[in-house]
Design a protein around this ligand. Structure first.
Ligand SMILES: [Zn+2]
Length: 485
């Protein structure tokens, strides 16, 4: 049987606010356990929450960037469940009247553009963090410790329509969304660190069938790669069950990164299990038109627009542009370097260095671009030294790596290493003469018309100069000495 995969994603993004969703406790990561807490976020009797305006602003910004309709009136709701990381026994979320609805995000999967519907964007608070001793999950743990520092941290949930058709679609969607959230400055979107988390609903249906199959929810995917792997495993499991004539049980499943399989955790709750009801302690959110306009103005250029502009204005290949727009600061670094270099037609060269050498260095050394001690001015300095013949391309790479590694100035690295190209004619002429003297056979062949020998002779000059000779000049001097110029 041929099946079509249907996937919808729920993404939780930790908002970049200084304080929590309903109290003034700090959201700073890494504080000692249970120090960023107060009577409100630990659910003490008699306390009253107040909504963080900045959190609403960041969620509205996201909703606008995702082409959503901002609801003129939205309310908070209590979602009830018991778990030790939730001191109030309910989570304040939004249910029936969310902040924004009906948007879309455009993604590009292997060259094909797809528009993925966004069902809703809403605000909620995060739960605390449980540390299970002796096991990865609460099941099987000897004891569990709770840290309420994260409790009440503003979260934004972005729910997609079931428009994704493959695990790869889902990974690309999450990556595109993460990129967008970083660009507009609402979330740092680091899946590995948990500031962006996502749950996926997956089902299979026979090709051509309209109604959906039974879905399962997959949790614990901690990277873009893990999303793809987890959903591939779950897709395969569904197909196997269905092909054997079995039925899929609607449940939540946990992805294990090591075994690359999913296992059932609990049967899936239904909305009515949570006894949602409107939160009586919080006022509705009714953003004014002026405020929404003000937020819209503050969004700036989005990655999709920057991608188009880089391709058109700088004539850079699309694949390379993808690397340049991976993070806002890479694109900024690039544009600043182009400006310093002074001509737009050099932009592809700069793009090449950023997407090639610099990216290779950060990958090999597990350093993020933002952590590199390197400026656009330094890159331009190196490129100019290639232009004036001081450095060969190969030497420039070495200088670049040393600068990246040591944080030293370009000119100091060159002075210390003696890495400069011999572009001085008199100096190079001596080496050329020596090569001619040492290789009479090849010289004879060349003079007899075998021009390919020139490659060998230039190679000898390079060897004798320990790679420092300017190859173009060596070529020219050899030809002249051998009477070909
Ligand atoms: Zn608090």
């Amino acid at each position: 049987m041929n099946y079509e995969t249907v996937i919808g994603l729920e993404t939780h993004a930790q908002l970049l606010t200084e304080s929590k969703m309903f109290c003034s406790c700090s959201t700073k990561f890494g504080a000692p356990p249970n120090t960023n807490i107060c009577p409100i976020c630990t659910g003490q009797p008699g306390t009253l929450p107040v909504t963080n305006k900045k959190a609403i602003e960041l969620a509205l910004k996201t909703a606008i960037a995702l082409n959503c309709k901002i609801e003129p009136h939205s309310i908070f709701a209590r979602k009830h469940y018991f778990y030790p990381d939730l001191p109030k026994d309910y989570q304040v979320s939004q249910y029936e009247e969310p902040l924004a609805t009906g948007g879309y995000l455009e993604i590009e999967v292997d060259g094909i553009k797809k528009r993925i519907g966004i069902t809703r964007v809403h605000l909620e608070e995060d739960a605390g963090k449980l540390i299970h001793v002796g096991a990865a999950r609460i099941m099987g743990a000897e004891e569990s410790l709770v840290d309420y520092n994260r409790t009440g941290t503003p979260l934004m949930e972005i729910v997609s329509e079931p428009d994704l058709r493959s695990p790869r679609d889902a990974a690309v969607y999450t990556q595109t969304l993460a990129n967008l959230l970083q660009y507009i400055g609402v979330c740092d979107a680091k899946m590995e660190e948990g500031s962006l988390r996502c749950d996926a609903n997956l089902s299979l249906r026979p090709v051509g069938q309209r109604e959906f199959g039974t879905k399962t929810e997959v949790k614990n995917m901690n990277s873009f790669k893990a999303i793809e792997k987890a959903l591939l495993a779950e897709e395969k499991r569904h197909a196997e069950v269905l092909n054997e004539g079995g039925k899929i049980v609607q449940e939540t499943r946990f992805f294990d990164d090591v075994t690359e399989t999913t296992t059932g955790m609990r049967s899936k709750e239904f909305a009515h299990d949570y006894r949602y009801f409107p939160e009586p302690d919080l006022v509705p959110v009714e953003p004014s038109k002026e405020w929404i306009d003000e937020i819209r103005e503050s969004i700036g250029e989005l990655p999709a627009a920057i991608e188009q502009r880089f391709i058109q204005d700088y004539k850079i290949a699309k694949l390379m542009v993808k690397i340049l727009i991976e993070k806002k600061l890479i694109g900024r670094f690039f544009e600043e370097a182009v400006k310093l270099y002074g001509h737009t037609d050099k932009a592809p060269i700069i793009a090449n260095w950023i997407a090639g050498e610099i990216a290779a260095y950060s990958n090999e050394n597990h350093k993020r671009f933002e952590d590199l001690d390197f400026t656009p001015a330094q890159l331009v300095e190196i490129l100019r030294l290639i232009d004036d013949g001081t450095l060969s391309g190969k030497m420039a790479k070495e200088v670049l790596f040393t600068v990246l590694k040591t944080g030293k100035q370009v000119k100091d690295v060159i002075a210390e290493s003696g890495l400069t190209q011999i572009s001085n004619e008199a100096e190079l002429e001596k080496i050329v003469q020596e090569v001619i003297k040492n290789n009479p056979k090849q010289v004879k062949q060349f003079k007899a018309g075998k021009e390919t020998v020139m490659m060998f002779l230039v190679g000898q000059v390079m060897k004798l100069s320990k790679g420092r000779a300017n190859p173009a000049l060596a070529n020219q001097l050899l030809k002249r000495a051998l009477g070909k110029n």
